[in-house]
Design a protein around this ligand. Structure first.
Ligand SMILES: [Zn+2]
Length: 367
């Protein structure tokens, strides 16, 4: 045993979560420490669902943390210790995770070979370049048929007029009363479908290539025809950016270095970055929060490169980000770091209050 000074212990401690896994199962933790450390998993709060009251299924964890094996012993041991019932995966109240520590989860994929009868999902409608929300009430799960799903269309509630930037508020859906996408006249709507539609009247036949689940597929929401709107603890921005990236995965072109462009020239098509302005209930703008970073690569070579980037966040939600190259007349890592901060400031209204996070001590000292 070593007696470490409290200062050193404080430096060594890892923060940013609730309920350390090593406290929940101390004996097993030592055995699986390498596996957990490898995925940088330290806290129960890293394993919870979007809303912080369920633990993710092993399938979801496998997907989110890229585990390659079957259900490990530590997960099997963890479940009965932290859940009311293992099957429900609902956490005991004392293990509920506060919103600040909720993980930024990718949305679950939808397995087209499973029968879905009422799954909340989001669909990228490529011909109109729109994100659609709704429920899959039927799908052809047979391996011999074309895989398709019948989707009932729901739309973000237009009367939900909170002052916060519409994209960063949580999603509230209401039934689409029928729009140009409605195919109910050409689809033979069976009585079973109509029952499962729970009052929805806009039906679409969709493929599975551009579908993501809006929530853990095993969790059922209580929905009846009289329910007017449904709330999701996830922002429209997060959903749409996830879905767009997912839908574009088949169209990503490989990046080739273009020798004709000198490495220092800034990209001419860089779009103007958009900074989100969050208004509080009293009409005062909320403080801006940014993470900034700069990089200098290939110093002392003709390929020397300076880049910077920033991310705007609110709570733990990424609102927007921007990155760019900087001309390399005087290459320096500090210049790259300070350029990121300067760029953020240049995009904000006068007299704004910002919280900046940077790992550059020289920038902090210079400011
Ligand atoms: Zn519709």
């Amino acid at each position: 045993m070593f007696d470490l000074s409290p200062t050193l212990l404080d430096l060594l401690s890892i923060k940013g979560g609730t309920h350390a896994l090593c406290d929940i199962f101390p004996q097993l933790h030592a055995r699986f420490a390498t596996q957990l450390l490898d995925k940088r998993l330290f806290y129960l709060s890293q394993l919870v669902d979007h809303d912080g009251i369920y633990i993710q299924s092993w399938d979801e964890l496998r997907l989110n943390y890229k585990f390659h094996h079957r259900i490990p012993l530590w997960y099997k041991t963890l479940l009965p210790q932290v859940c009311e019932h293992v099957a429900s995966r609902q956490l005991l109240t004392r293990y509920h995770c506060p919103e600040t520590f909720l993980p930024n989860l990718p949305l679950p994929l939808v397995n087209p070979h499973t029968k879905w009868r009422g799954l909340w999902s989001t669909y990228w409608h490529s011909s109109s370049s729109r994100t659609l929300y709704g429920r899959i009430i039927f799908n052809s799960s047979s391996k011999t048929q074309d895989l398709y799903a019948i989707f009932t269309h729901w739309i973000p509630d237009p009367s939900d007029d909170s002052l916060i930037t519409p994209q960063s508020r949580s999603l509230r859906l209401i039934r689409c009363s029928g729009c140009s996408l409605n195919q109910s006249s050409s689809l033979k709507i069976s009585n079973a479908w109509r029952t499962r539609a729970k009052g929805a009247s806009c039906y679409l036949k969709i493929d599975f290539y551009n579908v993501l689940a809006l929530e853990t597929c095993t969790k059922k929401r209580f929905l009846t025809e009289t329910v007017q709107s449904v709330d999701f603890k996830i922002s429209t921005h997060y959903l749409e950016s996830q879905l767009r990236l997912f839908a574009q995965r088949l169209h990503i072109n490989p990046v080739f270095d273009n020798d004709e462009l000198p490495p220092s020239s800034p990209s001419p098509q860089t779009p103007e970055p958009l900074v989100y302005h969050l208004q509080q209930n009293n009409n005062v703008l909320e403080d801006y929060q940014f993470y900034t970073d700069g990089s200098l690569t290939n110093l002392c070579s003709p390929d020397v490169k300076m880049d910077f980037g920033w991310v705007q966040v609110v709570e733990d939600l990424i609102l927007t980000s921007h990155s760019a190259s900087i001309p390399c007349f005087h290459p320096s890592a500090s210049r790259a770091e300070i350029s990121a901060i300067a760029h953020v400031i240049s995009n904000l209204p006068d007299n704004s209050t910002i919280e900046l996070y940077t790992d550059s001590l020289s920038s902090i000292n210079t400011l």
